[in-house]
Write a protein that binds this ligand. Structure first.
Ligand code: FES
Length: 545
């Protein structure tokens, strides 16, 4: 045995996995296909990776264990630890509580806006197919009946790769620093898909071997990593991907086991930061037949923007970061039970009334944090109530009781300690506002620059795709200045258009050709390098009057 390899016996599953020194217990489990909730992405905050250590071996140093506050003293005394805080330094035996395992109540990727029945035109004779939108934060899978032309079932789950980095750049950096990381990231994505396919097939009583085709879309980095291709070139100027063309491979070459001979297809990429997801979204909304002046934006950790101007398609991307998805926000979380998804702030008292997601209202969960739409709603409402100034600083004078302080910095109290799962107040901090300012500034600047380059002052019509776009209020987005000022009627939410495009490509081979044409005809503009970009970006950091 390699001296750096250890055995982890999972007693609750009667299964032994191997783990490497240098990994956390959470990483080792996820890479072995044991998927945990891990809602905070391994930051030691959510407590969802709780594991009971039965035989500890040497479970790491205490300086990495901020479990108090997340775990109770009774739990710590009983051997419970956070999987993301335990370093692998020896063999061990563990039990995984049911509540820590990934369940179907997971992050929502947003619905597609496809009709119930979709015309089918394809060459394969297999009865079922899977369409996948492989996002940086969330993976959506659609099990499709290829004879009836309908989506049989769908599921979204968190991309477990987040434990190795929130955004594509941090994952690219991880790969460039250690080439072995690519294999680990690929395995995590494959394990998550296997888990999703297994769940879909069980709930639909379908034999996974009847799934003959899988179409996968995602940003360029996700597609590279899924195929085991090195994404390093995307992270350095001129940000070129290793390949752009569509790929077709057998499932077993990627380690997918649901049907080893299934055909796995990806859609083509436009550039390093304009991936198969925006191609797929443009196909789904039929962008080529929309009115000139229509702009489609897929808001994720990267904003991908494609514009239909007088002379055809042009596209650009902007680094929005994960703030819109609730990540990198202090109490950010996914859109699952216990997440604040909307807020109303009383302008007189400054007090917030929170709407909280409850998937099972009979067993309501206490507040754990806020998801992406809750983040935008909070900023918009605090700004309307005068508790955030134009430059993004808190105005604490109007409602001093609604703020608490950490290191002398104010934090707005969204939920009091008595209403939260952790027993501590859920707050919105100054650095959270800053993260949103940077994200919305990048998005605004990208949209505005692309339109101006093509002779438009702003888009005539704006289509918003992506999980985040599916749940925000248009008025909130306009209040904080995410998009150029325009009538809310000219903005349309189009759901998970990338996922919808993957479904259409599964049903109709014609979409493959259309995807290639779109890639060929799209002019790519690297606006982040444009001399005006910085000025527009900096101007757009402030909240509009
Ligand atoms: S993933 Fe470990 S505490 Fe959240």
């Amino acid at each position: 045995m390699n001296s750096n390899t250890y055995n982890i016996y999972i007693r609750s599953e009667d299964k032994t996995i191997s783990a490497q020194s240098g990994q956390t217990l959470l990483e080792a489990l996820v890479e072995s296909g044991v998927l945990l909730r891990a809602d905070c992405g391994g930051r030691g905050r959510c407590g969802k990776c709780k594991i009971q250590i039965i035989n500890p071996g040497d479970t790491g140093t205490d300086d990495k264990l901020p479990e108090s506050g997340v775990l109770s003293q009774a739990e710590i005394d009983a051997g419970y630890r956070l999987g993301c805080r335990v370093d692998i330094t020896g063999d061990m035996t563990v039990d995984i509580p049911e509540s820590s395992l990934l369940t179907p109540e997971v992050a929502q990727k947003g619905p597609t806006t496809l009709p119930d029945i979709i015309p089918v035109s394809r060459t394969s004779s297999d009865p079922y197919g899977i369409a996948v939108d492989l996002g940086t934060t969330t993976i959506a899978l659609y099990l499709c009946d290829l004879n009836l032309g309908k989506i049989t079932a769908s599921i979204s789950l968190r991309n477990p790769q987040v434990i190795l980095g929130d955004d594509v750049m941090s994952r690219i950096t991880a790969v460039s620093q250690n080439p072995g990381t690519l294999r680990r990231l690929q395995k995590m994505a494959v394990n998550a898909m296997e888990w999703g396919i297994d769940s879909l097939c069980r709930s639909s009583h379908i034999n996974p071997e009847t799934i003959g085709t899988m179409v996968i879309v995602g940003n360029s980095t996700m597609i590279h990593m899924f195929l085991g291709e090195d994404p390093t070139s995307i992270g350095v100027f001129p940000y070129e991907p290793l390949f752009k063309e569509e790929k077709t491979v057998r499932a077993d070459t990627l380690g997918l086991r649901f049907n080893p001979s299934a055909e796995i297809r990806t859609l083509p990429l436009i550039s390093g930061f304009l991936g198969a997801d925006i191609v797929s979204a443009a196909l789904a909304v039929d962008l080529e037949h929309k009115a000139k002046g229509t702009l489609l934006v897929d808001v994720g950790t990267n904003g991908e923007i494609i514009f239909l101007g007088k002379n055809g398609f042009s596209a650009t991307s902007c680094a929005t970061g994960p703030a819109f998805e609730g990540a990198s926000i202090r109490h950010g979380m996914h859109a699952i039970s216990g997440a604040i998804d909307a807020v109303q702030v009383d302008p007189e008292t400054g007090k917030a009334v929170c709407s909280v997601i409850q998937k099972n209202p009979k067993q309501p969960k206490k507040i754990s944090g806020l998801c992406g739409s809750g983040v935008v709603s909070t900023v918009a409402e605090l700004f309307r109530a005068g508790l955030i100034l134009n430059d993004g600083r808190f105005n604490t004078e109007n409602a001093p009781d609604m703020f608490q302080y950490e290191n002398e910095l104010p934090e707005y109290i969204l939920a009091q300690a008595g209403d939260t799962l952790s027993g501590k107040a859920v707050t919105f901090a100054q650095q959270d506002i800053r993260a949103i300012q940077l994200a919305k500034g990048a998005l605004y600047a990208g949209i505005q620059m692309l339109c101006r380059e093509k002779g438009y002052e702003r888009p005539d019509r704006l289509l918003i795709a992506g999980a985040f776009g599916s749940y925000i209020k248009k008025e909130d987005a306009l209040t904080i200045g995410m998009f150029p000022a325009m009538a809310s009627d000219d903005i349309e939410i189009v759901g998970n258009a990338a996922g919808a495009g993957a479904v259409l490509s599964l049903f109709d081979d014609h979409y493959r050709k259309k995807a290639q044409e779109l890639v060929r005809e799209t002019e790519v503009l690297e606006l982040a390098l444009h001399p005006d970009f910085q000025d527009i970006f900096i101007e757009s950091l402030a909240f509009p009057d």
